[in-house]
Write a protein of this length. Structure first.
Length: 83
């Protein structure tokens, strides 16, 4: 199961969001940095663009975290629907 931290941010005018400073520092996201948004029907994944390039070909050492994230999102939605 995915064990990462969960952050809730508000969407402001024109779709702007403010990323927590902790995440900006951790992933080296600065003003003007690019991120990739992945639309997977029911959820959105945001990845710093540099990470995709840097991790290309080395994803195996990180396991299958995307699949874990997807599973957790589906499980959370099922729990929320059942409440």
């Amino acid at each position: 199961m995915f064990s990462g931290a969960k952050y809730v941010v508000k969407v402001h005018k024109k779709g702007l969001i403010v990323l927590p400073a902790e995440l900006r520092r951790k992933y080296g996201i600065k003003e003007g940095s690019e991120v990739v948004l992945i639309d997977n029907k029911d959820y959105l994944i945001m990845v710093p663009r540099r990470s995709i390039t840097e991790l290309y070909g080395s994803a195996k050492e990180y396991g299958n975290i995307i699949d874990e994230m997807i599973r957790e999102i589906h499980e959370e939605r099922k729990r929320e629907a059942g409440s």
